[in-house]
Design a protein around this ligand. Structure first.
Ligand SMILES: CC(C)(COP(=O)(O)OP(=O)(O)OC[C@H]1O[C@@H](n2cnc3c(N)ncnc32)[C@H](O)[C@@H]1OP(=O)(O)O)[C@@H](O)C(=O)NCCC(=O)NCCS
Length: 313
């Protein structure tokens, strides 16, 4: 068996997407595994967000799997990582992961992590080989959208002029840097804007961005048809953070209603205890129970008092 790890290319996407759905569907025991994730998308949108962050595994000259890495400034994570089920347990994922570690090093990430299934001995064993250790659970939650509930006014980045967009990015970067040194989700904001995946919603107090949320909506995004998904949301740390977190979620629900979405999806690490319990109190229920694994077992920003929504899927 000859394994080659190389950059993923545009021409690989249909097959990479098929293997991605097949692999997850097989693992989850879905009867027709290639239909997994319905009309949601990961492969195409992630690739277009950062083509140089996607790796391909070829076995004997044929695409056998892929891994999509993400750089959020000083923080990196990877996934979806998938291998064709016909080739499982032959070390192919480990070869992809070795190259992924090199990417993180090249980017200068000071901290990295990942999301995986909380109940899989195989997944825990695989990632531990690379010094990733399971910590708190990360539930991916959702609630039905109440069309009248969201009233919080926000400023969508899509409505800004180019120079204002750059300013907004700088404000968001400043905000996330206060949560975790060097954390910067510019890549997600730009991807949503340029690929029209949804919008980034800014919550303002005067001219300060007190919170923001990068949201996907509809088919061919990470949300899928009929849903909105908060890919990343964060509140500026400080005494008003708890109040602003409620406002942020209200703002997202209001936007979801405007998009005629029936469900609002968001993941949060339970290490961010106040954020998690606020979401539970607001009616979010868990659909998928994942777990965060962090390099060298450090805590990163999965800590009490941190009001961040993300799941690293
Ligand atoms: C997870 C996945 C990417 C792993 O790919 P893979 O090529 O089979 O993984 P590898 O063979 O490189 O490594 C798996 C390791 O786990 C070990 N393993 C498997 N089952 C195990 C178990 N129950 N307990 C402990 N170790 C186990 C294997 O023996 C192997 O280690 P070894 O090489 O030392 O023997 C693949 O199974 C997949 O595509 N799954 C579906 C999608 C998915 O879950 N992606 C990851 C989401 S985070």
């Amino acid at each position: 068996m000859r394994v080659e790890i190389r950059p993923l290319e545009e021409r690989d996407l249909p097959e990479a997407d098929r293997i991605l759905r097949l692999a997850f569907g097989t693992f989850l025991g879905i009867p027709d595994p290639v239909t997994t994730f319905d009309d949601s998308d990961y492969a195409y949108t992630r690739f277009r967000a950062a083509p140089d962050a996607a790796l391909a595994a070829e076995v004997d000259g044929k695409l056998a799997g892929s891994n999509f890495a993400t750089q959020w400034g000083s923080f990196g994570f990877f996934g979806p990582l998938t291998i064709d089920p016909a080739l499982w347990n032959r070390g192919v994922a480990q070869q992809l992961l070795s190259r992924t570690m090199e990417l993180f090093e090249r980017w200068g990430c000071s901290h990295t992590g990942l999301f995986t299934f909380s109940n899989s001995p195989k997944h825990a064993a695989l990632y531990q080989k690379f010094d990733y250790w399971p910590q708190y659970l990360t539930p991916v939650m959702s609630k039905s959208v109440n069309p009248g509930a969201g009233t919080q006014v926000c400023l969508p980045v899509s409505e800004l002029r180019p120079s204002q967009k750059e300013q907004a990015l700088a404000y968001c970067r400043d905000l996330t840097g206060r949560i975790h040194e060097g954390l910067d989700v510019t890549r997600e904001i730009r991807a949503v804007d340029s690929q029209h995946l949804g919008d980034t919603l800014l919550l303002l107090e005067g001219s300060t961005v007190t919170a923001f949320a990068v949201c996907h909506a509809g088919p061919k995004t990470e949300a899928g048809g009929g849903a909105c998904y908060i890919k990343f949301g964060a509140v500026r740390p400080g005494p008003a953070a708890q109040r602003d977190f409620g406002r942020l979620l209200n703002m997202c629900e209001s936007w979801a209603a405007m998009k005629k979405a029936g469900r609002l999806i968001a993941g949060v690490n339970m290490g961010r205890h106040e954020a998690y319990r606020t979401m539970v109190a607001l009616g979010f229920k868990t659909n998928l129970m994942g777990v965060a694994l962090q390099k060298a077992n450090v805590q990163g920003y999965n800590r009490p008092g941190i009001y961040v929504i993300d799941d690293w899927r």
